[in-house]
Design a protein around this ligand. Structure first.
Ligand code: GAL
Length: 992
């Protein structure tokens, strides 16, 4: 049901909200529905420049994080703290409907899917949250977040077709209520809500469909959402921008992935990819709302057969951050979220077929939660700068392609953002792809007139693929910079002094001018200083040595960029911070009585320097233990954190006590499939694939939406059968194998380019009148996304599309089908609807901890392998005793990639304590290293590891090598990791 305008007005009244004018000029009237209505709350407001929270103007700088891609709730805080330490103040989250409503009408959001817990964790860490529950999310998730059962809905997805709309109601109201509870108006962290995602294009249906967008928005309002709606258009297209009538959102936003997703040539930046018109398009599309980019490229996905995330990391690296992020600031963005800040894992079949298990995304925080040095640190420099530069929020962006105005050099383009509280000049190479170093000078307007900079000596340099922000009339508490060519990391007004930290690239010449008429100052050697027109001008060439310039009680710390990477600025309270120089990660700082407590991580012996320790504080603790300190020459505290690598007893997997069970009993004589579902639907609701078989063999028609699919086709031979033609579809890189009784007919081993395959297999001579059975195993790689509205690509079926048995009629075959046990009545409510597929061992639950070893045989493990096509399952107990109270130890399971040793193409599913944490495809790749977090693994106890190995070729296959590897351990201050509580094996009633 759609709430009427009256209902919306009532909702507003019941919350006692009225439009309240706050500081600045926030909007009071929104035009989102058919009629303008009032703001539903007064905590989150905005004007054309930025958001306000409780009347305070601020930039929302966020990173995208999918809790569902890290199924260890006690680690959510770890990632959130790593996001916060960057200087970001928000995370943006998608919510994946497919994982929460595996069966229509049954919504479950508990345990590893507990958004209530996630939102509480974000609140506790002190980050705002932008929620994006879809219903459609894309996100490289199976079905783009749509549950498989939507394949049975006849209506067009993402339109106002009534059966589709009705299908979304239960999810929308349940997830809406959880989010509503955590809105900032209720003391929670949620500040914005994004209905739909990239509702930006369609083929063959009415578009834009205002009724649909309005319906999705009304669902949210009905569930109690009062925070503003934000959109995520796929490009600056203006869809659903305020003022466009029904279905419009409150704040218009669009995303951007200018460098694309092709990691093949990581050093090539394509020509013309830098957006230079975004400010202009924003002004024409949504001039009354803050410029918003709800997703900006923070990495890249990578498909099956792709190049691997290391290579994506080269493409979307710190240089991309410098040039492209700063280009966004040049366009005046004030609500910005990076996609992804932490990617995580497509565990348990949650990914779409266009991606493999890792969703590392080449993000600043890696899949194993380690921090990338360059990429994480560069982002930290930028975010911390914006955090202390409120003047940026109201500065007016100018033309971004101008040359020759602010610099005589036309090799650089400089975008001005002119403000009343500081102005900002964003410099980039005119040819943005340039890998050259360019020398330039500036001619900047300042309160002291136009100044040619540098004034004292030398010229400035813009290194390869670099961009810089120069400031003028920039306030620093009681001080002001007339200008600085060196970039600002942070500044803080402490009780006894103001500290400014500036940095430059290696060997660069820089100059800054402090407005001051002082006659005396202190300057370290290497700094050239002169008083000029009411300012003190400091000029230097950057070296790796820190130099300090002091005038009155302003101390300027001058460092090189690589040293600036080492600084952290944890907040002690809303109004005070301490600057920490050193450490791999400083998570937080707090003061209680006379003690300053830091929480942080260290990956080597380090000195930490604390700048701005509050008065009255006399002692220091790190991660709860007292850390002695001394005072250095600058009056800062210094301590040493010692790192001694602990012994890490990592078991050799080859030496575990492996057990084996055949996971393809289906091909044995006498196998009983009487409990299987009979595939007897004579029609299908599927609107994208016509039925070509007498009964539907589309898996979703029978409730099977995930993992391996098995078919059993019974027929009585006529004796004249010669061959079997079969068309199977499983999504990119899928494979399929076919047997007649126990005779192997053949396999499709898969390629990244094929999501379906037609094969004709020769049959042996069949005896007339005898019963035979075909067994078909198909790998469902996940359901397609549904990016474009209309074609309903998400409905591309999985399973058998067509077949023909020569010498027989198609209807002579009676088919049975299975996927995961129970289908939509899935067996494992804890690990969710997608985690297990239809393999025999999965149906029996043998992939869970404590499988019934009486059903297993002793085995040499996965390296012993199979000598013919089939599926073997290997299980072993893995005991760990790792010092995880104080150490973060990333562990990964690693497959040796060795075709010769493997002997044939194979696929493997890795289960860790019942969670499927890896799909390996030997002949497609590229992933061979599968990180598994602590919490899925018990680092202090027993674990069960399972590996299902599917050999597709006639000689069978063996896993050439399978090992557990630890990355460098890090001393950590994170909260203790709780092992996820999930069921162990129990007899599964009715399992077959
Ligand atoms: C965006 C989309 C996201 C994700 C991203 C690529 O267009 O909104 O869901 O798919 O592309 O990673």
């Amino acid at each position: 049901m759609r709430p009427s305008a009256v209902a919306v007005a009532l909702l507003s009244a019941s919350r006692g909200c009225s439009a309240i004018a706050l500081r600045g000029r926030p909007n009071t009237l929104l035009n989102t529905g058919t009629t303008p209505r009032s703001l539903l709350q007064n905590v989150v407001t905005w004007d054309e420049h930025s958001l306000f929270i409780n009347g305070e103007r601020l930039m929302i700088f966020s990173g995208e994080f999918h809790p569902f891609r890290l199924p260890v709730p006690s680690l959510w805080t770890d990632v959130l703290e790593k996001v916060k330490a960057l200087g970001l103040n928000a995370v943006s989250i998608y919510i994946d409907w497919a994982l929460l409503e595996g069966k229509p009408g049954e919504f479950r959001a508990e345990g590893v899917f507990d958004y209530d817990a996630f939102l509480s964790a974000a609140k506790q860490v002190g980050l705002y949250v932008i929620t994006r529950p879809g219903p459609y999310i894309n996100a490289e998730a199976s079905g783009g977040g749509f549950p498989g059962w939507l394949q049975r809905v006849k209506g067009h997805l993402r339109t106002s077709d009534s059966d589709y709309l009705a299908a979304t109601d239960n999810y929308a109201s349940n997830i809406g209520k959880i989010i509503a509870k955590h809105q900032i108006t209720n003391g929670g962290p949620v500040i914005l809500y994004q209905p739909e995602n990239e509702y930006s294009g369609a083929v063959g249906v009415t578009f834009p469909n205002a009724d649909y967008m309005q319906y999705v928005e009304d669902q949210a309002r009905k569930a109690g959402i009062v925070v503003p709606f934000v959109s995520n258009d796929a490009s600056p297209g203006g869809h659903n921008a305020p003022g466009t009538g029904k279905g419009a959102v409150d704040i218009y936003g669009h995303d951007g992935y200018p460098l694309g997703f092709d990691c093949a040539n990581p050093n090539t930046w394509p020509a013309g990819a830098l957006p230079t018109n975004w400010h202009v398009t924003h002004e024409s599309q949504s001039p009354s709302t803050p410029y918003t980019i709800p997703e900006f490229q923070g990495g890249s996905f990578d498909p099956w057969g792709g190049w691997g995330f290391d290579q994506c990391y080269e493409l979307i690296n710190h240089e991309q951050e410098r040039v492209f992020y700063k280009n966004n600031y040049a366009a005046g963005v004030t609500i910005l979220s990076l996609y992804m800040i932490f990617g995580g894992t497509n565990w348990g079949n949650l990914g779409h077929p266009g991606g493999y298990t890792s969703y590392d995304y080449a993000a600043p925080i890696k899949e194993d939660r380690t921090l990338t040095r360059e990429k994480y640190s560069e982002l930290k420099l930028e975010a911390q700068f914006l955090k202390v530069s409120p003047g940026y929020l109201t500065a007016t962006p100018g033309n971004s392609s101008v040359t020759g105005v602010y610099s005589p050099s036309t090799s650089v383009s400089i975008t001005p953002l002119i403000g009343t509280n500081g102005s900002f000049f964003v410099v980039r190479h005119t040819d943005y792809q340039s890998t050259e170093s360019t020398s330039y000078t500036l001619n900047l307007p300042t309160s002291a007139g136009n100044i040619a900079i540098p004034q004292l000596r030398g010229s400035l340099t813009l290194g390869r693929r670099d961009s810089k922000i120069h400031v003028t009339d920039y306030p620093l508490g009681d001080y002001s910079l007339l200008y600085s060519t060196a970039e600002i990391f942070t500044w803080k007004k402490f009780e006894d002094r103001t500290v400014l930290i500036v940095y430059g690239g290696p060997s660069e010449q820089h100059e800054l001018a402090v407005k001051s008429s002082a006659k005396r100052w202190k300057a370290d050697s290497g700094l050239t200083v002169a008083a000029k027109n009411g300012s003190i001008v400091v000029n230097w060439q950057t070296t790796t040595e820190r130099r300090i310039f002091q005038v009155d009680d302003l101390q300027v710390y001058i460092v090189d960029r690589n040293s600036a990477y080492n600084y952290w600025v944890p907040d002690i309270s809303a109004s005070s911070s301490v600057i920490v120089n050193g450490g791999y990660l400083i998570r937080s700082a707090s003061v209680s009585k006379a003690t300053l407590s830091l929480r942080g991580d260290f990956n080597g012996t380090s000195t930490i320097e604390l700048i701005g320790v509050p008065k009255g504080v006399s002692s220091l603790t790190l991660n709860g233990a007292v850390l002695p300190h001394v005072k250095n020459a600058q009056g800062n505290w210094e301590s040493t954190v010692r790192y001694a690598k602990p012994a890490l007893p990592i078991p050799e997997l080859a030496k575990l006590d492996w057990k084996y069970v055949d996971s393809l009993p289906e091909i044995k004589a006498g196998y009983d499939d009487s409990r299987w579902v009979t595939a007897d639907h004579k029609t299908s609701n599927n609107t994208v694939q016509p039925l070509r078989t007498p009964t539907s063999l589309f898996a979703s028609d029978y409730g099977f939406h995930t993992g391996a699919l098995l078919y059993r086709g019974h027929f009585t031979a006529s004796g004249s059968e010669k061959s079997l033609y079969i068309s199977t579809q499983g999504g990119s890189a899928f494979g399929s194998s076919v047997w007649l009784n126990d005779t192997f007919l053949g396999s499709w081993t898969g390629t990244d380019a094929s999501s379906a395959h037609n094969a004709t297999y020769t049959l042996p001579n069949l005896a007339a009148g005898k019963p035979y059975v075909l067994t078909v195993l198909i790998d469902n790689m996940g359901l397609d996304e549904n990016w474009v509205v209309g074609p309903d690509e998400m409905k591309h079926p999985r399973g058998i599309l067509d077949y023909e048995l020569t010498g027989s009629s198609d209807s002579a075959i009676t088919w049975k089908i299975t996927g995961n046990l129970g289908g939509e009545d899935y067996a494992d409510k804890t690990r969710g609807p997608l985690n297990e597929g239809g393999l025999f061992v999965e149906r029996q639950g043998y992939h869970l901890p404590d499988p019934p070893l009486r059903d297993f045989a002793p085995s040499g493990g996965p390296t012993s392998g199979l000598d013919k096509p089939g599926v073997a399952f290997y299980a072993a107990q893995l005991d760990l005793a790792l010092p995880s109270e104080t150490w973060d130890i990333p562990l990964s399971f690693v497959f040796e990639n060795n075709t010769a040793k493997a002997g044939g193409a194979y696929r493997a599913w890795l289960y860790v304590n019942g969670f499927q944490f890896g799909r390996y495809v030997s002949n497609v790749g590229p992933q061979t290293v599968f990180p598994v977090p602590e919490g899925i693994l018990n680092y202090k106890g027993s674990n069960w590891i399972g590996l299902a190995v599917w050999a597709l070729e006639s000689g069978g296959a063996r896993v050439p090598g399978f090992t557990l590897q630890a990355a460098n351990p890090v001393i950590t201050g994170r909260d203790k990791v709780q092992v996820v509580d999930a069921p162990r094996w129990q007899v599964r009633r009715g399992a077959y």
